[in-house]
Design a protein around this ligand. Structure first.
Ligand code: SF4
Length: 313
């Protein structure tokens, strides 16, 4: 049996008191434990920002990478070790600003990983500048003037990019978020959860109180069914998800917007091209047999010395 405690580290969690990040951390630890995953079967990859500290707080494989580069790093990791459950944990600025190209590319691939977006509409770590999800015309307390740029809609971008599990959650509803994370991690393909998260220090507009009065669950809507069970349903379900993604104001929907259970993940397509791929992925191939190296080190030396010579010129 795996417990939430198994995913705790003794690193001091230094987020501001009241930050929504705590809810996300708790939900993620609980979800991994309830899925029965062992810490060594999981890898958490983050970029830069307040959310980037998450791998330090979770006892599992973890990498704190460069700003905007969590997705390409996680892609390499997943391709080398397709047996791992890989979770990308990043902020809205990181994943939808500097990392937006990688975000789109991941949806196109439908690689079997999960993306958690800490969506607080500001760059919290660098003192509250407007992030890509802050609507135009609004002014948080850290901005000298109202925001001049329009916002990216993470749900619409994810559906348009090809993600096959697209959901939104609210960080302060830990149980609901935990259940969505469990579905996303078990989903075969690229999954994304846009997690609305109060930044109590820099965002005085989208507060806990603001969300508490507006957030409602999509599955309480009569007839809401986001699941694609046949490819012929994709267009209609995607259109409904895009329409719902525009709802932001008096009511803010959370839950699953789109869930395509028919599209093949990237790893399976790759395995058809390279039949040994899943049984013998790159990071699990032997490097020696009977004491003799499998890799021709001399050949590698020749290749890399040639590369270095060419670079010097
Ligand atoms: Fe959380 Fe904002 Fe503090 Fe960062 S600055 S830890 S997002 S409250």
């Amino acid at each position: 049996m795996v417990l939430r405690m198994d995913y705790r580290t003794d690193v001091w969690v230094d987020w501001c008191p009241g930050c929504g990040d705590y809810g996300i951390l708790t939900a993620l630890q609980k979800a991994l434990a309830e899925l029965g995953l062992k810490p060594w079967e999981v890898a958490i990859v983050s970029g830069i920002g307040c959310s980037g500290k998450t791998p330090h707080f979770i006892y599992a494989n973890g990498v704190h990478t460069l700003h905007g580069r969590a997705i390409p790093f996680a892609t390499g990791l997943k391709l080398a070790r397709p047996d791992l459950k890989v979770i990308i944990d990043g902020g809205d600025g990181d994943l939808l600003g500097i990392g937006a190209g990688h975000f789109v590319a991941l949806g196109r691939r439908n690689l079997d990983v999960t993306v958690l977006i800490h969506d607080n509409q500001v760059y919290g770590l660098t003192k509250g500048q407007a992030s890509p999800t802050l609507p135009a015309g609004v002014k948080t307390k850290a901005l000298p003037k109202p925001n001049l740029q329009d916002a990216v809609n993470p749900i619409a971008l994810a559906v348009a990019s090809g993600y096959t599990f697209v959901a939104r959650a609210y960080a302060m509803d830990v149980n609901h978020l935990k259940e969505l994370i469990k579905l996303a991690v078990n989903h075969k393909g690229s999954a994304v959860i846009d997690i609305l998260q109060p930044c109590v220090t820099y965002n005085d507009l989208y507060t806990t109180e603001w969300y508490r009065r507006r957030v409602y669950k999509l599955d309480s809507e009569p007839g809401w069914d986001p699941v694609v069970r046949d490819p012929s349903e994709r267009e209609e379900k995607a259109s409904r998800a895009l329409e719902k993604a525009r709802e932001w104001g008096d009511r803010v929907p959370v839950g699953i917007f789109y869930w395509d259970q028919t599209r093949e993940p990237f790893e399976e397509r790759l395995a058809r091209r390279i039949p040994s791929y899943l049984d013998s992925p790159p990071a699990l191939q032997p490097i020696e047999r009977g004491g003799a190296p499998v890799v021709d080190a001399e050949r590698l030396k020749r290749i890399f010395s040639g590369y270095l010579v060419r670079r010097r010129r």
